[in-house]
Structure formats: structure tokens, C-alpha cells
Design a protein around this ligand. Structure first.
Ligand code: 5AD
Ligand code: SF4
Length: 499
């Protein structure tokens, strides 16, 4: 079964294996990326030897952070820096951080603590991302060896900030969030040669009472559709076949193109336009907010097989009372109406979600409502979290905190329920054929891994060599709660079989 696989080529990001497995590996989780980058510069030289300009960049958190890091790397590479794999070999060490839950933020400080004694003279240690934005100059007090603190809305200024430090300044910060710019770069150093991430909307204008994102990433700014489509065409020319459109609330996209200079696109129209770019075979998008999820998106998925039949639609709670306290702007019934609309589509669409347990005031009945909702929806995957009180958020001061042990108990029940649902849904796939984009190769011969269009990971065997980046047909032979195992079906590719 899946345990036999040990993938070293590509990180298996996203849904699939591991879904429902608890408080980690999340879209906005705390997983440091540690992939092998083809052709990436390697160096063991001292950072200061001959003033070699090198950088090390480690990323924590969500796909937005991963992609921001790709852009940061692109900006530095374009300015003559070389990327190295070990912090001790770098003149600039950068951590792109996550503060969505307390555990994630703590991890960053423990990583920074490693530099208390090991920082080399002249080495620049910088904190980027959500912890930078949230803690600001406090970071200098907690970790005085840090000299650069920069939130995501200020990444454009990063090269100037590093230049200031190289010119002798001891500390620089970039903490503005009142920018209407998105972080577009001339060059993005993409980690994956087949799937390209593309941010189409940054920040968040929702105000969920538990969430730091509106503080750490600032207000929503959408990128113009023309510029998005230009980049997608460039990506297709470079050989990318899958594009994933990113945003905290991706479907709240509002095209800033002025009416005078082009066609303003709705999010669903943008999906279609991206899918119609020659060479693009798959378009994904994440994360969708239920309130802004309309039937036009379902129609787009129905009309074009290139638009992937997977929607990540966080519900957070199955209780209307808790949803109200969370300021999610929809009720349980309104959410279930969206699910009914998705389920009524002509093409099967897989649905995944995020759920928080132990929000202040969550009663046993509220929790039971969440369990019932899970039974009703039968999610293909769920990222489940214990509520974590965060600075600056309205829920921080709410009464009726749920004790930690009770949160753990509820989380365990939730995960058990989800595991059962996933095992049944996966078992129903045995004997069926799927088209996969191959993204991983096992160290074991003939063993590979890929994603279906609805974002399931399938580990499979094939007698062929060199499958990375190819689309193959696979028949599922067995299934567990977290994995599917299959064999390549020889012969000509057909269109997607699962529908
Ligand atoms: N505590 C627990 N989970 C949280 N999330 C966001 N903020 C918190 C918090 N304070 C979860 C939500 C969100 C996912 C990315 O992280 O479920 O959808
Ligand atoms: Fe946070 Fe809510 Fe915005 Fe999602 S929609 S990023 S949970 S504030």
C-alpha cells in the first residue's frame, strides 16, 4: 500500500494522502517546504567569502506563502543572488512565516532561536510574512540577531531593504498594509515544473472573528485579468500544463481592469479564459469563500473539463450560532444550499473543507451539528483544527473558552468521522480509471504518484520510464482512508473517465 512509497522528487502538496489526518499539513498549516529544486545552486562556501551574494529561504504555512517565496526567490535571483540549501552557507537567511495558529508562530521563534549563537558576522537574518506583520518590531526585541522584518504587502521593497542592510543599516522594516499593489514580479522561481501557482487576489476583506489574515495580509487587492492571462500564456509556452489560481478568498476576485481599457471579468469568466489558453490542461483555484460562491462557478466547471472538478469550501462549523459568532456571514442552511448546488452539477465535483472545533461558546449541541453536517456533505477531505486564540482578533476576548482537553476530544471525534467517510469514498473508486498528472517518483523502481483532476493523490505502478509531468491513465486497485493505489492502464489517453 501507500507506505511502500517514499517520494523524493516532488513534495505532494495539497489534498490527497494525509487529508483528514489532523492538525498539520494544511493549506495554511505549518509545514516547512523541503523539496529538491532542479538545478538549484548549491554552495557550502562561507557567506562572506568574496562577498558571494547567496540566500537561504524557508517557508512555513499556506500555498500563498509558498508562492510568495517563489516570487521572493525570483526577485533575488534576478539581482544576482544565488540560492543555497543550507542557512550557514547564505549571506541572507529568510524565513517566510505563518501565524494562523499559535503553534505555527511558536515554531518560527524556535527556528530563529537557533541563530542566537550561530549567526555569522555580516549575515542578514530576515523574517517575512504573517509573523513579521503581526509582531513587527517586537521581533527585534525577542531575537536581536534579526535585522529585517517585512510583511507580505511590502515585498516589492525587499531588494532595497536588503541593500540598506548591506550599506550598513542595522535594522529595516517593511510593515505597511495600506497598499493597493499586488506583488507582481518580473521573474518567479517556480518550484514545480508542471504546476504553476498564480496569486490573483491578495489579502482578505472578510472579518472572521478568529482570523489574523486580514491583519497580516491587509485588504483585498485583485490582479488585472489581462496581466493574469499574459502570465498564463507565458507559463503555457514554458511547458506548464496546470495552473492553480490562489487567494485567501479567490472567488471574491474583482477585476480591477478599467472599463475603458478592456473587458472586466468575473471570477468564473477568468476561470474559463485561463482554461482556454492553448497548452493549459488543468485549472485549479483555492480557497473559495461560501458567501461568494455562485452557480456561475459550477457552470464553468461543468462546461470545461480543463477546470478541475474540486472545490475547497471551508465551512468552519455546522452550527449557525457558532458561524454567527465566527462572523462567517452565512448560516448552516445557506452553506448547505451551496453544497446542494455543487452536488446538482452534471459533472461530479469533489468538495473539501476546513473545520474549527472548540470555538468559544461551542456547546455539545453545536459540535453535534458539525458532525451531522459532515455526514450530510460527505467531504472528500477535511482540514480540522482546534481553535487557537490569536492576537488582534475579536474572538480573543470572547467568553466561554473551551478547555484544551475538550478541544482535543472533539477534534479526535471529528477526525475519526472524517476518516470513515474518506475510507468509504475512496473504496468507491476501486476499479475506476482516472487521468493523473504525474508529479512524484518513488525511490522504488516503477512507482509513481499523481493527482486526479479532483485532487486525489494516487500512488501507482507503471512499466514506463520518465513519467514526470505526463498525463497518464490509471486504474485504482485498492484504497485506504488516506490513499489510493493503482496501475497505469496502457494505451491511448482518453478523456477524463471519472465524472
Ligand atoms: N484557530 C484555529 N484555526 C484557524 N484557522 C484560521 N484561524 C484559526 C484559528 N485562530 C483555520 C481555518 C481556516 C484555515 C486556513 O485555518 O479553518 O480556514
Ligand atoms: Fe481568515 Fe475568514 Fe479571510 Fe479566510 S475568509 S482568510 S478565515 S478572515
Amino acid at each position: 500500500m501507500a507506505k511502500a512509497f517514499d517520494f523524493g522528487v516532488e513534495r505532494l502538496a495539497g489534498m490527497g494522502v494525509g487529508m483528514g489526518g489532523g492538525e498539520s499539513e494544511t493549506p495554511e498549516g505549518t509545514r516547512p517546504s523541503s523539496i529538491e529544486i532542479a538545478g538549484m545552486a548549491r554552495s557550502s562556501a562561507s557567506p562572506l567569502q568574496g562577498r558571494v551574494r547567496t540566500f537561504f529561504l524557508e517557508t512555513f504555512g499556506c500555498q500563498m506563502n509558498e508562492h510568495d517565496s517563489e516570487k521572493v526567490a525570483g526577485v533575488l535571483l534576478a539581482r544576482g543572488y544565488r540560492q543555497v540549501e543550507k542557512p550557514e552557507a547564505a549571506s541572507v537567511v529568510l524565513y517566510n512565516t505563518c501565524s494562523i495558529r499559535e503553534k505555527a508562530a511558536q515554531k518560527v521563534f524556535s527556528r530563529l532561536g537557533e541563530y542566537r549563537t550561530t549567526k555569522k558576522e555580516g549575515q542578514i537574518i530576515g523574517v517575512l510574512g504573517c509573523v513579521a506583520q503581526q509582531e513587527g518590531e517586537e521581533i527585534f526585541a525577542r531575537a536581536p540577531w534579526v535585522s529585517l522584518v517585512c510583511g507580505s504587502a511590502s515585498y516589492r521593497k525587499l531588494p532595497q531593504m536588503i541593500a540598506q542592510l548591506e550599506a550598513g543599516n542595522t535594522r529595516v522594516t517593511g510593515l505597511d498594509t495600506d497598499t493597493d499593489e499586488t506583488f507582481e514580479t518580473e521573474m518567479t522561481r517556480r518550484d514545480n515544473p508542471w504546476r504553476a501557482y498564480l496569486t490573483i487576489i491578495e489579502g482578505c476583506d472578510k472579518a472572521c472573528s478568529y482570523c489574523v489574515v486580514p491583519f497580516t495580509r491587509g485588504p483585498e487587492r485583485s490582479r488585472g485579468s489581462e496581466s493574469i492571462l499574459r502570465e498564463v500564456k507565458e507559463l503555457a509556452d514554458l511547458g506548464y500544463t496546470e495552473v492553480q489560481l490562489l487567494g485567501q478568498t479567490v472567488n471574491s476576485y474583482v477585476d480591477p481592469t478599467p472599463a475603458s481599457s478592456g473587458r472586466k471579468m468575473r471570477f468564473s469568466e477568468l476561470l474559463v479564459a485561463v482554461a482556454e489558453v492553448a497548452g493549459i490542461r488543468r485549472v485549479r483555484f483555492t480557497t473559495s469563500h461560501p458567501r461568494d460562491f455562485g452557480s456561475d462557478i459550477v457552470q464553468a466547471i461543468e462546461s470545461l473539463p480543463a477546470i478541475c472538478n474540486h472545490v475547497h469550501l471551508p465551512v468552519q462549523s455546522g452550527s449557525t450560532a457558532v458561524l454567527r459568532a465566527m462572523q462567517r456571514t452565512y448560516t448552516r442552511d445557506e452553506y448547505l444550499e451551496k453544497i446542494a448546488m455543487i452536488r446538482a452539477a452534471k459533472r461530479a465535483i469533489s468538495v473539501t473543507t476546513d473545520i474549527i472545533v472548540g470555538f468559544p461558546g461551542e456547546t455539545e449541541n453545536d459540535f453535534a451539528d458539525t458532525l451531522r453536517l459532515m455526514e450530510e456533505v460527505r467531504y472528500d477531505g477535511a482540514f480540522t483544527f482546534k481553535y487557537s486564540p490569536r492576537p488582534n482578533t475579536p474572538s480573543l476576548k470572547m467568553a466561554d473558552a473551551i478547555p484544551e482537553e475538550e478541544k482535543s476530544r472533539r477534534l479526535a471525534i471529528l477526525m475519526e468521522k472524517q476518516r470513515g467517510i474518506q475510507a468509504e469514498l475512496n473504496a468507491a473508486r476501486v476499479g475506476k480509471r482516472f487521468e493523473l498528472l504525474v508529479g512524484g517518483k518513488s525511490r522504488r523502481e516503477n512507482q509513481w504518484s499523481g493527482h486526479t483532476t479532483d485532487h486525489k493523490v494516487v500512488n501507482f505502478t507503471s512499466r514506463r520510464q520518465e513519467l514526470l509531468g505526463d498525463y497518464v491513465q490509471v486504474e485504482v486497485k485498492s484504497a485506504g482512508e488516506n490513499s489510493l493505489v493503482g496501475e497505469e492502464v496502457e494505451g491511448r489517453l482518453q478523456s477524463i473517465v471519472y465524472s
